[in-house]
Design a protein around this ligand. Structure first.
Ligand code: HEC
Ligand code: HEC
Ligand code: HEC
Ligand code: HEC
Length: 184
């Protein structure tokens, strides 16, 4: 008779299997407890998230939300080449300024060096990905050197922030330089 080589000491295997089964059951239980009720209502995400997003307070208006109260700026802005640029990009969200049609706080208006930083967020030559045919770029400080002024000059000393070519055009007119294109 052949001796059997099968071990009788297999209780450790049974223990491991028992532990795995217990862990699997615990895992299924915890999963059931942790998954939000609305999960899977529309897809592989929490359905209530849609409602949460819909109820979020709207912070930004459009330029139209500013115009009734700022008629002077409105006129400047729409007469100039920045007419397509958002007021809120430069000033912050309307919700920080107006609530229920009333002024609750002032919006910041940048001054000095901060204006330079603001303008260069859109007009800096360094930003390679920006489409040059839609937004003109300047190289700093070359732009100021070309105009023969010190590099401490800020953009608003020559460009009206709301209609950037307005003063440039007027200055050229005063110097008798003819504009090839009529734009402000
Ligand atoms: C309901 C009218 C109203 C609306 C709408 C409104 N504003 Fe104003 N805004 C005011 C008034 C009034 C002041 C002056 C507040 C003060 O001096 O205390 C002011 C002040 C400001 C200032 C600060 C001016 C300063 O001298 O410091 C900025 C910038 C400004 N508004 C931008 C905006 C922008 C951008 C929007 C649209 C997103 C907007 N406002 C919408 C009424 C309005
Ligand atoms: C390109 C950035 C930019 C955009 C776009 C812009 N502003 Fe301004 N605005 C500024 C800066 C910078 C100042 C402060 C410097 C100054 O007054 O010359 C300012 C000043 C103001 C002031 C204060 C004016 C004053 O006489 O003190 C108001 C009000 C204002 N902006 C409203 C608006 C509204 C309304 C729009 C949209 C129609 C708008 N701005 C679009 C940059 C911008
Ligand atoms: C949010 C982006 C943005 C910011 C910030 C911004 N601009 Fe502009 N700017 C534009 C766009 C877009 C145009 C082109 C509009 C068009 O051609 O229809 C423009 C046009 C101009 C032009 C005319 C270029 C030409 O065609 O000759 C000048 C000058 C200018 N901006 C100066 C400034 C100055 C100064 C500031 C800071 C006060 C500034 N911009 C801030 C987007 C911006
Ligand atoms: C000393 C005056 C002066 C200052 C300061 C100045 N600019 Fe200009 N900028 C001009 C003049 C003048 C033009 C008209 C174009 C020309 O004839 O070169 C111009 C043109 C531009 C143009 C259009 C460029 C093109 O290719 O047509 C942009 C964009 C511009 N400036 C942005 C700025 C920004 C941003 C700043 C601040 C960092 C600034 N400028 C500071 C005088 C100035």
């Amino acid at each position: 008779m052949q001796p059997s080589y099968r071990s009788k000491y297999n209780t450790h295997v049974i223990r491991i299997i028992v532990i795995l089964v217990v862990l699997a059951i615990a895992g299924i239980g915890v999963r059931a407890m942790m998954i939000p009720e609305s999960f899977g209502r529309y897809g592989h995400y929490r359905g209530e998230a849609v409602v949460d997003e819909m109820n979020r307070e709207i912070r930004n208006g459009t330029n139209a939300s500013c115009l009734p109260c700022h008629p002077y700026i409105k006129e400047m802005h729409f007469s100039g080449i920045h007419k397509t640029v958002s007021c809120e990009f430069c000033h912050g969200p309307v919700a920080a300024h107006i609530q229920d049609g009333k002024v609750i706080d002032k919006l910041p208006k940048k001054q000095g060096e901060a204006i330079k930083t603001l303008c260069l967020r859109c007009h800096n030559q360094i930003i390679r990905a920006r489409p040059r045919e839609s937004i003109k770029m300047v190289e700093m400080p070359k732009h100021l050197e070309d105009k023969k002024v010190g590099i401490d000059h800020t953009c608003d000393q020559c460009h009206n922030v709301h209609a950037p070519l307005m003063w440039v055009k007027q200055a050229k007119a005063m110097m008798g330089v003819v504009e090839e294109e009529a734009k402000q």
